[in-house]
Design a protein around this ligand. Structure first.
Ligand code: SAH
Length: 248
């Protein structure tokens, strides 16, 4: 018996790994994060699979279901949105499973920031512009360590992928403007890869109004950085003077 933490991907039910899908098909229990995982993914479950929505469950209840599965020797598919390692709250689940000697495995998934980049048809690491991607969020109920405050990160001028923060878009842009400048391009991708996906492309000076006008308050990634202006040097990778073997 095993618990499988599976990255369900950003929304599109085809954006799950082959392995993730195969494991869902084989599990007798499925616990999915109902607020963000696309319910169409549940179609991969067997007809007799017991399905739980973790949106209304406390950690203890989730663990109790996993313990019950262990008693019955039934595998559990634990579905998290995007990739489970990013704001997935999986560590505490794994710790509780360790205490109970329940075996588990993590199967990665396509994170929503990658689906957002795909929706924008955008490379996030353009030569001569930025070679660094920062995944972060603004402080909410979960505190952000002092050394990782958006003010501090903004000094890098790296490409920022900001999760869980679109409701605070004004605060985000106010913090970023001094370092990135009013003209720095910003993209907001709402429900990347879902049928009702929405994309806003703007700049730090104007994105707040655009976001409010479009009624976007949740389930969006904010991407900030000059990569979005697509003013860059061509990569050395396909340069005819560059040997591919040098890339590692
Ligand atoms: N583990 C997830 C993130 C979970 S935190 C991942 O790897 O994507 C939840 C936040 O993820 C949301 O507030 C939003 O910022 C982002 N998010 C999740 N799904 C999204 C989607 N389809 N499009 C845009 N943002 C999404």
């Amino acid at each position: 018996m095993k618990v499988y933490f599976i990255g369900a991907g950003p929304g599109d039910p085809e954006l799950i790994t082959v392995k993730g899908k195969r494991v869902i098909e084989s599990c007798g229990y499925c616990i999915y994060a109902g607020s963000l995982v696309n319910k169409e993914i549940l179609n991969y479950c067997r007809k007799d699979t017991k399905i739980y929505d973790s949106a209304s469950m406390a950690l203890e209840e989730i663990i109790t279901v996993m313990e019950e599965a262990k008693e019955k020797n039934i595998d559990v598919a634990r579905l998290h949105t995007g990739d489970p390692s990013i704001y997935g709250a999986i560590q505490e689940q794994m710790l509780e499973l360790d205490k109970r000697d329940i075996d588990y495995e993590v199967i990665p998934g396509v994170s929503s920031f990658l689906a957002a980049a795909a929706a924008l048809k955008q490379e996030l690491t353009l030569p001569g512009v930025s070679q660094t991607i920062i995944i972060t969020r603004i402080e909410g109920r979960t505190p952000v360590p002092e050394t990782e405050k958006l003010e501090t990160l903004s000094k890098t001028k790296a490409t920022l992928c900001i999760f869980l923060s679109v409701k605070e878009i004004k605060r985000v842009t106010d913090i970023l403007k001094p370092a990135y400048g009013n003209d720095c391009p910003v993209a907001i991708v709402y429900k990347a890869s879902w049928k009702d996906e929405k994309i806003i492309t703007s700049d730090l000076g104007n994105v707040v109004d655009a976001t409010i006008q479009n009624g976007i308050k949740r389930t969006a990634i904010i991407i900030v950085g000059n990569v979005l202006s697509r003013n860059f040097e061509y990569s050395k990778l396909y340069d005819k003077h560059f040997k591919h073997s040098h890339r590692n």
